[in-house]
Design a protein around this ligand. Sequence first.
Ligand code: GTP
Ligand code: MG
Length: 249
Amino acid sequence: MPKGALARAEGIVVQWGQALEEEKAVEINLQANVLGANAAIAQGLREEFARRGVYSINLISSPGAGKTTVVERLCALLKDKVRLAVIEGDITTSLDAERVARYGIPVHQINTFGGCHLDARMVERALQSLDLEGTQLLLVENVGNLVCPADFDLGEDAKMVVLSIPEGDDKPAKYPATFRRAAAVLLNKIDLLPYFRFDLARVKRELVAMNPQQRLFETVATTGQGMDAVVAWLVDEVQRKQKAAGITR
Ligand SMILES: Nc1nc2c(ncn2[C@@H]2O[C@H](COP(=O)(O)OP(=O)(O)OP(=O)(O)O)[C@@H](O)[C@H]2O)c(=O)[nH]1
Ligand SMILES: [Mg+2]
């Protein structure tokens, strides 16, 4: 198709969002530099997590899908099993960190002041005030967004994406980069399935096709329904990580 052309697919006009060649070259260079610098810091974090036997989760979703509710539920279910720490990412408030702090779990709030995602440098700084000594599981709640967080490695072991029923069943198809990279997807707010047009079987098929290794969980984070399976998976991963670091408790 010629550059900048309009394609007519089944009567729908689709414009390709193409920048001019020069603009594109500058943008690609800039993006490569930013991502390269982030990857180097993320690698440092990954090495530190490996040395300490910390299993780390990068929790991603649209705003309001239920990330903090999932974190709260995990705090309640896991606090007697593993030693947890939480980093909360938010544009301006500390509301999510306040929710987590009620569980007596060490928590640090990062405010991005407009930034649509966390980056490795932010996590590195957060760890200066969050003592990781003895921590076995680090949960990092990213800024609510299904686009930007996917590109920024935080040194995590796994990306966990929360997709809630009211968002609609087209989200994996619309945001494939995020869903493809997820080690686990929580299909949350399953209690709302009767009230929304959401083809659960199709979404599951699409997710499996994108990433056959991916774990799928159906959850109601508010009540804890389905969360035991998530807990069992995480406990397993934590034990594996601790063993690899030569830590026996
Ligand atoms: N019905 C139902 N509501 C839920 C469920 N999980 C979370 N919620 C509700 O969804 C709303 C948003 O939940 P949060 O946990 O704050 O969502 P979040 O993804 O952390 O939101 P941001 O941090 O703003 O991106 C709250 O009112 C929760 O009580 C669920 O499984 N079922
Ligand atoms: Mg939240």
